[in-house]
Write a protein that binds this ligand. Structure first.
Ligand SMILES: C[S@@+](CC[C@H](N)C(=O)[O-])C[C@H]1O[C@@H](n2cnc3c(N)ncnc32)[C@H](O)[C@@H]1O
Length: 326
């Protein structure tokens, strides 16, 4: 269905070999390296050292973005970790407690820094408080490049222990498969570019970032418009206003129009639809509430698949709304 090959100046990328319909599960991968919510940078290297050589080699071949600041930060982190480990080593020799630290002979500061760089450049924030893992790298999904108007989205399925990537749009054969690296999809170009440059070392030139074309300029204007609406709503709240459900709904609808106009689908959009359903219900507009919830469910079906607990949750919400009609 896909192939991994050179993507111009972006390095490697993932491309559709055939037409991929919206909702298709393109990838379903277990993490190559992961950390739990209670773990930190110090645990990344320990987890890495426990992997078989073949997987360690694969990991070190992933791309890594290094800046002067991140390089200094990593060196500081690793030196501190090494000092801590030496202290543990002394205790371990006395009491035999090794506290999960790799043996002294296996530790290499250079390798430790390299793996932290790879991890930070390729990891996905699983992000949910319920998930058993917090951040992870995946063998092939980590080859997917960014677009601010992506055609795919990844979501972690905790029970499966897998990160599933689904097509959020129909994708023609030969097209690159892309994800959005940024947590917020509605940000304006300057914000997106600065986050991508500092976090990943590149300036995006996707259709939403190309303001020489009408499509880019139009999208940017819609983003600004949505942010103006959001600011006006937030200002009302901070001036002591309660914020009417109507005003909240209108703000959400502005973002929904923006996303749909840009061809962005996925969890952000479905969440907005479910929120709009709740607000419409509160305003006594049951039919509109049901329409919004059904639309949210349709988007979730395509970006999560029906086996995801969040999809099941959406089914229950729609059923609940339908019951209110009887
Ligand atoms: C997770 S990796 C993606 C796969 C990577 N291209 C590779 O060769 O392994 C992230 C890196 O890919 C590159 N990249 C991703 N999306 C890009 C884009 N839209 N434009 C330019 N470079 C991009 C950047 O170097 C970034 O640090």
């Amino acid at each position: 269905m896909y192939e991994i090959r050179q993507a111009g100046t972006k390095g490697l990328g993932v491309f559709a070999k055939v037409f991929i319909p919206r909702g298709t599960r393109i990838f379903s991968e277990r993490p190559l390296l992961a950390i739990r919510p209670d773990q930190g940078a110090g645990d990344i290297y320990a987890a890495f050292r426990l992997l078989p050589l073949e997987q360690r080699t694969k990991l070190l071949q992933l791309s890594s973005h290094i800046t002067k600041e991140s390089s200094v930060a990593r060196w500081t982190q690793v030196i501190w970790w090494t000092v801590k480990r030496s202290v543990f080593d002394v205790y371990a020799r006395i009491w035999g407690n090794h506290r999960g630290m790799p043996a002294r002979s296996k530790h290499s500061i250079k390798e430790h820094i390299a793996i932290l760089n790879v991890f930070r450049s390729n990891c996905f924030d699983i992000g949910s408080s319920q998930a058993s893992i917090q951040q992870a790298i995946f063998p092939r999904i980590s080859r997917m490049n960014h677009s601010c108007v992506p055609n795919a989205q990844g979501n972690f399925h905790d029970e499966m222990g897998r990160f599933n990537v689904h097509a959020t749009r129909d994708i023609k054969a030969g097209k690159e498969l892309t994800l959005n690296y940024l947590p917020e999809h509605g940000a304006v170009k300057a914000t997106r570019q600065s986050r991508l440059l500092s976090g990943y070392g590149f300036l995006c030139d996707c259709p939403a970032c190309d303001l020489t074309l009408l499509r880019g300029r139009d999208g940017e204007e819609k983003r600004l418009q949505a942010h103006r609406k959001l600011s006006a709503y937030a200002e009302g709240l901070s001036n002591g206003g309660l914020g009417s459900a109507e005003a909240e709904l209108q703000t959400i609808e502005e973002f929904m129009r923006l996303f749909e106009g840009e061809g962005i689908a996925g969890r952000e959009l479905s969440t907005m639809y479910f929120e709009a359903a709740k607000l419409n219900m509160g305003l006594g507009r049951r039919e509109e509430a049901l329409r919004c919830a059904e639309k949210g469910l349709e988007i979730d079906r395509d970006c999560l698949s029906t086996d995801h607990p969040l999809y099941q949750h959406g089914v229950a919400t729609v059923q609940e709304l339908k019951k209110s009609f009887t």
